[in-house]
Design a protein around this ligand. Structure first.
Ligand code: FCB
Length: 446
């Protein structure tokens, strides 16, 4: 008997990956380098100099991964398209073999009753576009138009769910201000120019989709930061609200037809956002849904000395193998906050999961990842609670189907519910895979 919380019958259960993290086949069938291929080869940027050359080799092993998903029972697979496979130089000449792989993958998914949810951009910018200026220049957003249209044309007859850009915060601030992701810049103006151009690229893709009259739904995926106040003091509440300006409102507000947050811009008078007439209207184009990637929540307190008068404080939550605090209630709070901002827009958790120190059992057939099961269960529970409260949460995509290239951490961090043995690329479902299968089937109370 299921005594736990239940989910609506039409709730979408899925898994997620991204092209650079799983595909491999970096030089196969006309693909040219992306900024991540370059970054991996830049000394000191990626753990052990790991690359995406092979990754999990999903490019050649997608059949096995689709079968694993079918046996898992997911209704949808979120994956991304590699821009440098389709336009190896970013624009101009289209690579005719670019879509062959995605056609095969999409057809295999549909043959197994799994709906593709396709992200257009999950960070693998063609290197040529970077050489021409990358996201800090407007042309990159304009080239995104040609790329997005090609994707809708080629796959839109079968793909009914589209995500424009994954985590603009990472594309811009983490990559252009903090230097931790490709292209590894530490340049404030470049970062803020990138913010506007990434938002613009999203808006342009929306327009192309609407004007093309494609059948399906289109949205985007944000990793919002909605920190909680360290105490209930008013000054800490205000600090928490200010902390959301840069990391959330710079991305969410323009989508909702608001301007960039004045309070944040006023604190950065030297920064220029290269907004032109008509841009904000494009960016505020109609969304069919909003995706949220949630991993953790931080706490902040007021600090009169800090640039925007807040600092992050240490909390005492258990940590994942990434060192990220496990705060399921933070997802609950974020879902409510976003719901209050978006007023009934369908929401999806497009990524959630955790890295654990997974080990193969001595006979090589199992991985007992009980920590991941605990993490997932606690996050499923708050999703169910939010739905009961009336939050319009429609689905959940677990990050990740399979262990993969975890960006600057290379292969040293494992997020999968399927273990990838990088010595022979063998796939071994972990205990969390079997747990998720039972949850999806409705047999496992959460
Ligand atoms: C997110 C990324 C995803 C993955 C997870 C762990 O920020 O979108 O590709 O690396 O973190």
């Amino acid at each position: 008997m299921n005594t736990g919380t239940t989910f609506p019958d039409d709730f979408v259960w899925g898994t997620a990956t991204a092209s650079f993290q799983v595909e491999g086949a970096a030089t196969v069938d006309g693909r040219k380098p992306s900024i991540w291929d370059t970054f991996c080869r830049t000394p000191g940027k990626v753990a052990f100099g790991h690359t995406g050359d092979v990754a999990t080799d999903q490019y050649h092993r997608y059949d096995e991964d689709v079968r694993l998903m079918h046996e898992l029972g997911v209704g949808s697979y979120r994956f991304s398209l590699a821009w440098p496979r389709i336009y190896p130089d970013g624009h101009g000449a289209r690579n005719p073999r670019g879509f062959d792989y995605y056609n095969r993958l999409v057809d295999a998914l549909l043959a197994h009753g799994i709906a593709p949810a396709v992200t257009l951009y999950h960070w693998d910018l063609p290197q040529t576009l970077q050489d021409e200026g990358g996201w800090p220049v407007r042309e990159t957003a304009l080239h995104f138009e040609e790329y997005a249209r090609a994707c809708f044309e080629a796959l839109g007859d079968r793909v009914k769910s589209w995500i424009t850009i994954n985590e603009p915060w990472c594309v811009t601030l983490l990559s252009h201000l903090m230097g931790e992701h490709a292209p590894g810049l530490r340049d404030e103006q470049a970062a803020y120019s990138a913010i506007h151009h990434v938002n613009l690229a999203h808006g342009i893709a929306l327009r192309v989709f609407r004007e093309g009259g494609y059948d399906g739904r289109i949205g985007t995926t944000l990793n919002l930061s909605t920190p909680r106040p360290a105490t209930s003091r008013d000054e800490d509440r205000l600090a928490a609200d200010r902390a959301a300006d840069r990391d959330s409102r710079m991305f969410l507000d323009p989508l909702l037809g608001r301007s960039y947050p004045e309070r944040h811009l006023a604190a950065h008078p030297g920064v220029d956002l290269p907004v032109r007439d008509g841009d904000m209207e494009l960016i505020a184009g109609k969304l069919d849904f909003l995706g949220l990637n949630y991993y953790n929540e931080r706490a902040v307190r007021f600090d009169a000395e800090a640039p925007e008068q807040f600092v992050t404080v240490t909390t005492h939550h258990p940590l994942t193998a990434m060192g990220w605090p496990i705060v399921p209630d933070g997802l609950y709070r974020q879902l409510h906050w976003v719901n209050s901002q978006t007023g009934g827009l369908p929401l999806y958790v497009t990524e959630n999961g955790c890295a654990c120190d997974d080990r193969l059992s001595s006979d090589g057939t199992r991985v007992h990842d009980t920590d991941r099961i605990d993490y997932l269960r606690s996050h499923f529970r708050v999703c169910a609670r939010a739905i009961e409260d009336g939050v319009s949460l429609k689905g959940y995509y677990l990050w990740s189907l399979i262990d993969n290239f975890e960006w600057a951490w290379g292969y040293t961090r494992r997020f999968g519910i399927v273990f990838c043995d990088y010595t022979d690329l063998r796939r071994v479902p972990k205990d969390s895979y079997y747990f998720y299968r039972e949850v999806i089937a409705g047999n496992e109370p959460v």
